[in-house]
Design a protein around this ligand. Structure first.
Ligand code: SF4
Length: 426
């Protein structure tokens, strides 16, 4: 079997080093892909690392968990007639090697920003990225995290079989080596108050995500045995699934991660129920394929309409309906429409809702800040909230829910915070 070096050499030799860089355009972080691939090809890992850290500090993670087929690899010229270059694997390789060699993320101290202090709330991809890009300029950065360890969704939302904790720890370490301070077990508006942070810091970045499972508002959703996918993944508190039948509702990555986790925990049958077609699933193709191999059953173009309980108010059955896809006027993609009379029942022990994620409305209401109509924290084009000193990014502001997009918003917000601090100084 080929070793990793040989495989990487194969990938880099396969790259055409396109001058127009379509892959870079497909990357949410706009990583200079052709350039770093050429550096790897020439065995210049440090050079490749230097190219990548201009735009990202999460290469080991994005290289592993990004939906590459929808992003960089989806735009790769090689993909037109065959397989695209395995860009993600090369990116992860560069960061892994750099970490192994003890390379550091460089600082470019901006003397005008010396002495400035920024608080970062949360430690998911947008927060870690914002923290790194601010600390690189010489700003004093403190991360406040509610959990015991840093990582946010990366640690508490993505299962270890998809992203190993060791590589996450290593990535966090090279970011913290920039001199970032960390305070854990800090719960916003419980033992950590935004009003205090506003007084203590020159600016605050909020990156607390949107990790509450949305509800479908169907009959029976209040029964015992109905859970939210986000909460199961985040808290890791599960019922005993051994020998049980579980329905996971939804088609995104949370649905896939939840279904695969539950199957690993001994469930007899796990069904993913998705009202659209397979090709419309937002989850990554690779995740869907792996889930199928692991024995998860997919019910595409099926929708749950009711959860039926027993006398103890526990889940006993679900009622589903088949759907057909209809092209509606003004809509880009076909919409699922229930087929009247196609209802059927299935015996089920647990139901997990993974139909979307939303912000923690209760917490946001305490912050007294403007929200969008969809319940996200409202920011202007400078990532500034309705409170001048407070900036925000990632899922909390409704950024497309992928690690790379969250990281990009963290990087861009850091740039805006920097501009804000420079202006405040004048
Ligand atoms: Fe290489 Fe594909 Fe990017 Fe072209 S589009 S430079 S082949 S990775």
């Amino acid at each position: 079997m080929e070793n990793r070096e040989e495989q990487i050499a194969e990938y880099t030799n396969y790259c055409l080093n396109c001058k127009v860089k379509p892959c870079q355009k497909g990357c949410p972080l706009e990583n200079d892909i052709p350039n770093f691939i050429q550096s790897v090809k020439n065995n210049k890992i440090e050079e490749a690392f230097q190219t990548l850290i201009k735009t990202t500090v999460l290469g080991s993670l994005c290289g592993r968990i990004c939906p590459h087929f929808k992003q960089c690899q989806g735009s790769c010229v090689r993909g037109i007639k065959g397989n695209p270059v395995s860009i993600g694997e090369v990116e992860a390789y560069v960061f892994d090697k750099a970490i192994e060699k003890g390379l550091k993320i460089n600082k470019e101290i901006n003397e005008s920003l010396k002495g400035k202090k920024v608080a970062i709330i949360g430690s998911g991809p947008s927060s870690l990225t914002a923290a790194a890009f601010l600390a690189r300029e010489g700003i004093t950065v403190t991360i406040y995290e509610k959990q015991e360890k840093l990582g946010g969704i990366l640690r508490y939302g993505i299962p270890s079989f998809r992203l190993g904790k060791e590589i996450l720890d290593k990535t966090i370490n090279i970011i913290l080596e920039l001199g970032i301070k960390v305070k854990t077990e800090q719960n916003l508006e419980e033992n950590l108050f935004l009003s205090d942070l506003e007084k203590e810091y020159d600016a605050v970045f909020l990156g607390i995500g949107a990790n509450k499972s949305s509800k479908m508002e169907i009959e029976g959703e209040e029964l015992k045995g109905v859970y939210g996918g986000n909460e199961l993944l985040e808290k890791g508190i599960h019922p005993n699934y051994t020998g049980k039948k579980v329905a996971v509702i939804g088609g995104g990555n949370v649905a896939m991660d939840t279904a695969r986790t539950i199957k690993r925990m001994g469930a007899e049958k796990v069904f993913v129920i998705y009202r659209r077609a397979e090709e419309q699933m937002p989850a990554e193709k690779k995740e869907i394929e792996e889930a199928k191999v692991e024995g998860i059953k997919f019910l595409f173009q099926n929708n749950i309409v009711k959860i039926i309980g027993n006398e103890k108010q526990e889940v006993e059955k679900i009622e589903c309906i088949k759907t057909e896809l209809v092209q509606k006027e003004g809509e880009v993609r076909k919409s699922p429409v229930n087929i009247i009379g196609s209802n059927y029942e299935m015996e089920m022990d647990y139901v997990v809702m993974a139909v979307g994620s939303k912000t923690d409305r209760e917490l946001l209401s305490k912050l007294d800040m403007e929200l969008t109509n969809y319940g996200y924290l409202k920011v202007n084009e400078k990532y500034q909230t309705s409170k001048k000193k407070i900036f925000a990014g990632g899922d909390l502001i409704g950024t497309k829910a992928t690690v790379a997009w969250a990281a990009r918003s963290g990087r861009e917000a850091a740039k805006e915070i920097k501009e804000f601090l420079l202006l405040e100084k004048e």
